[in-house]
Design a binder for this molecule. Structure first.
Ligand SMILES: [Zn+2]
Length: 412
């Protein structure tokens, strides 16, 4: 890591500024942790006192945001873990390792979709923010909340979550106490894990409204796993800020999402779906049912995402990485899937992962764009990801990775 007491100028770069517009030739100046000047059309930013970095005609772009991060889901591109559980010590260290892996792959921000340990992410975030270890900016979460039930619907299962509005509100308050910002609820179940569960509501309206009230009181954000139409509707009604999947949203749910588009974000989380379809399981592991469910979800998402986009709902990539067949570190794969399945151009997918990424992180005024005043989270990419977004899947194409004005990866 290099401190940037010395200003940095990137020259000879094409700038993708996050807006979705094509890259333009220019220069960027960084002072401390912010972008202070952007020049285009042959103009220059001030070079005074700066370390000048020749970008070799590469593309300089904002760092990426993973909108559905699970840093405690154990498997990564560096470490295969058969299953979802690790002893607490290994789990904590693995989460730290995954944070570094996301940053290695160009993800300078991550919005957590829930964790396998109660306080791992708030602790990890504090370590990262204090400079103690490498990792993305993190909207930290705690355990995913599900009500008491008869079977494992989700790897985040815990037993002590009681039913009823008071218990739900207490859980939200508990998240505030431990320093989590996003509180994850499984509003509906998950058919990939238990057949038919995606159509089941796991909470009553009274419980979800109590969650919404408690979240507003404590300044927290609610995040919901919502496949069923009724789950989407209740999520919007209760004031959930992020809704994942939304697979079975009907017309009424779409109308509600559209009306709430200034507050809500939707992340369809297609990475895990495509990974399920692509996976070749070992002989003792039957994925037939999971694959059938994934095929249905994909077919629905292909219609849903363009429709939500047409209605102005903010949609973000992010795909539940961390499962054994869908490792942390492969997150940029989602961008390619958006181009393949949802009719996005690469530049549109990149806009969603950068500028909208800044919005979901709650920092729309200072994160996710290459603009003066914005935080210096920057990638220098060899090749043009707006021509072929798959380039970003190769971390060696990332010639430099800067977060908060410091190089996580120094340019050669
Ligand atoms: Zn998830």
């Amino acid at each position: 890591m290099t401190t940037t007491a010395t200003p940095i100028v990137f020259t000879n770069v094409r700038i993708f500024d996050g807006s979705g517009a094509p890259p333009f030739a220019g220069e960027v100046r960084v002072e401390a942790n912010r972008i202070t000047a952007v020049a285009r059309d042959g103009a220059h930013v001030p070079h005074e006192n700066a370390r000048v970095i020749d970008g070799g005609s590469g593309v300089l772009m904002p760092g990426l945001t993973e909108a559905h991060a699970h840093l405690t889901w154990p498997t990564s591109v560096e470490q295969f873990v058969p299953g979802m559980s690790l002893p607490p010590e290994e789990l904590t260290l693995t989460a730290a390792r995954n944070a570094r892996i996301l940053l290695d792959h160009g993800f300078t921000s991550a919005y957590s979709a829930g964790a396998l340990g109660k306080r791992i992410e708030p602790a990890l975030k504090a370590m990262i923010d204090s400079g103690g270890m490498p990792g993305p900016r993190l909207v930290a979460s705690s355990l995913e909340r599900e009500p008491p039930n008869d079977g494992a619907l989700d790897p985040g299962k815990v037993d002590e979550h009681g039913a009823g509005p008071a218990n739900v509100a207490a859980f939200v308050r508990g998240c505030k106490d431990i320093g989590a910002q996003a509180v994850k609820f499984l509003i509906s179940g998950e058919s990939a894990l238990k057949p038919g569960a995606s159509q089941q509501l796991l909470y009553t309206e009274e419980e979800l409204m109590a969650a919404g009230e408690a979240a507003r009181e404590h300044g927290l954000w609610l995040t919901g796993h919502a496949h069923a139409a009724a789950a989407v509707k209740l999520g919007v009604k209760a004031g959930f800020r992020v809704l994942y999947h939304c697979t079975y949203a009907d017309d009424e749910a779409l109308d509600l999402l559209e009306a709430a588009r200034g507050q809500v974000f939707v992340a369809p989380s297609i990475g895990i779906i495509q990974a399920t379809l692509d996976a070749t399981p070992p002989p003792h592991f039957d994925m037939t049912h999971m694959k059938q469910d994934a095929a249905e979800v994909l077919a629905r998402q292909k219609a849903l995402v363009p429709e939500l986009r047409k209605r102005g709902v903010r949609l973000l990539p992010g795909g539940d990485y961390g499962f054994p067949f869908n490792p942390n570190g492969r997150n940029a794969w989602d961008l390619k899937l958006w181009v393949r399945h949802f009719g996005y151009t690469p530049a549109e997918a990149l806009h969603a992962a950068t500028a909208l990424g800044g919005e979901i992180m709650g920092q729309s005024h200072e994160l996710g764009r290459v603009q003066p005043g914005y935080l210096a989270d920057l990638l220098l990419v060899e090749g043009d990801p707006t021509a072929d977004v798959a380039i970003l899947q190769n971390r060696h194409a990332l010639k430099a990775i800067m977060k908060d004005g410091r190089f996580h990866k120094e340019p050669a």
